[in-house]
Each structure stands twice: as C-alpha cells, then as structure tokens.
Design a protein around this ligand. Structure first.
Ligand code: ZN
Length: 227
C-alpha cells in the first residue's frame, strides 16, 4: 500500500493553517496533535482486517517510513494510548510503536498496576515482529483499543512472550516481556494480522467504558492475582 495518508496529513495541515503555506515538504508534527482530527480508523474499516505486509530493510531506512513512525508516535501519545499499529492509521504495514508510562496517567493505584504486572516501558518501534509465547499461562484482564472507541472487554493473553523484530534502524531486536507489556505486544501484533481484541474477548464481558467502570472494575480488582 502506498503512503497516501501522509500526503493527506500534509494537505490537511496546510489547509487548516489559514493564510500559511508550508514551503517545506516536512509534516509539521505539532499540527498532528493540535489541528488534525483523530486519524485513527475505527472497527469496520477493512484495513484493520487485512494482513499487513512486511517492510524491506531499505524501506525501513526511507524518509517516508521515518516520517510514518514519527506520526505514529505523536498519534499514540495524543490519543493517548500505550501502543499503535500502522493499520490503525490506514497503513497496511508491519510496524507498531509502544510506550507505557504506567504512572499517574493510567489512574490506576499501585495495587492495580502491580496486579497487572504493569511497569513503565520506554518508547520503541517494532517492525516485522514475530511473537512466540513463553509458557502456556494466560491471564485475564480488561483491555480496550483505540480502534474500538468507547468499549472494553476481558481478554485472556499469554503472561509472557518473546518478540523478535527489527527496530527503526533495521537492527534485529529480541524482547522477553511479562505482564501488561506482554499484553500490549500481543494486542499490537494482532493488529498486523487483521485481528482485534473483540475476536479474542469473553464476549459477555464486552462493555462500554462507563459500564466497565460501574459494574466490572470492582470485580476486576477483587480477582486473585493471576498465577
Ligand atoms: Zn488496538
């Protein structure tokens, strides 16, 4: 797939800065945050159901892909989210970005963060990732998705996984992840295979965010620590 949305981003940025014509070809990333309408596509869009394609090492080093990664980082932070896959902004490419501050922004108590084994994960990029579960243990927690706005559901995910991938420089990386980070990796890599959490959820737990807070959070908290 071409990198069409990037030119759309540029056009939109130019159109919305009245009276100003951008002379540079560079997208003004601050505009993505301040002016752009939310560019994240929602469930029902076919790009979310396609198998995204791999990138070559030459493509990874291209200006277009570097720019795409910067846009993905800004869109993820603006959402805000802890991960974003390229198909979520209309690019059917095997790229995901991840960053989890796991701090005050989550509005979770220390106890809730610990229950989820949720610790800070610095920003990083995964290209052409291959995921393998470490052991068979799964843990159940509610999760949401920026492409299924307003809803959440309980989803069983492997507690520990390994991911081999390329980073934004085209270097091979291998990650052993546990807990919430392992969940984020599984969720984002599912996106690259056209899978959404709603395909894996316990369907009777599917809730609006409001009803999750009202009816499910107390149960979620009371649950014994997954072992
Ligand atoms: Zn998602």
């Amino acid at each position: 797939m071409s990198i069409l949305p990037l030119s759309v981003f540029r056009l939109h940025c130019q159109a919305t800065t009245t009276g100003k014509i951008h002379t540079s070809n560079q997208t003004d990333l601050t505009l993505v945050k301040t002016v752009m309408p939310n560019p994240i596509v929602q469930t029902g869009h076919p790009v979310l159901r396609a198998e995204a394609r791999e990138l070559t090492r030459d493509e990874i080093k291209s200006a277009e892909i570097r720019e795409l990664i910067e846009i993905m980082r800004e869109v993820m932070r603006a959402a805000p989210g802890v991960g974003l896959a390229a198909p979520q902004i209309g690019e059917s490419l095997r790229i995901a970005v991840i960053e989890d501050e796991a701090g005050e922004k989550t509005k979770m108590s220390e106890e809730e963060l610990n229950l989820r084994e949720r610790y800070p994960v610095p920003f990083h990029v995964l290209i052409n990732p291959i995921l393998t579960n470490i052991g068979d243990e799964k843990v159940d927690f509610f999760e949401g998705c920026l492409s299924v706005t307003g809803f959440a559901a309980n989803v069983a995910r492997y507690r520990e996984v390994n991911v081999r991938a390329l980073n934004e420089k085209g270097e091979e990386i291998s990650i052993d992840a546990k807990g919430w980070y392992a969940r984020i990796l599984q969720h984002e890599i599912d996106h690259l295979n056209g899978i959404l959490y709603i395909d894996r959820m316990y369907s009777t737990t599917f809730s609006t965010v409001e009803n999750k807070a009202r009816y499910w959070d107390a149960l979620d908290r009371a649950k014994p620590s997954p072992e």
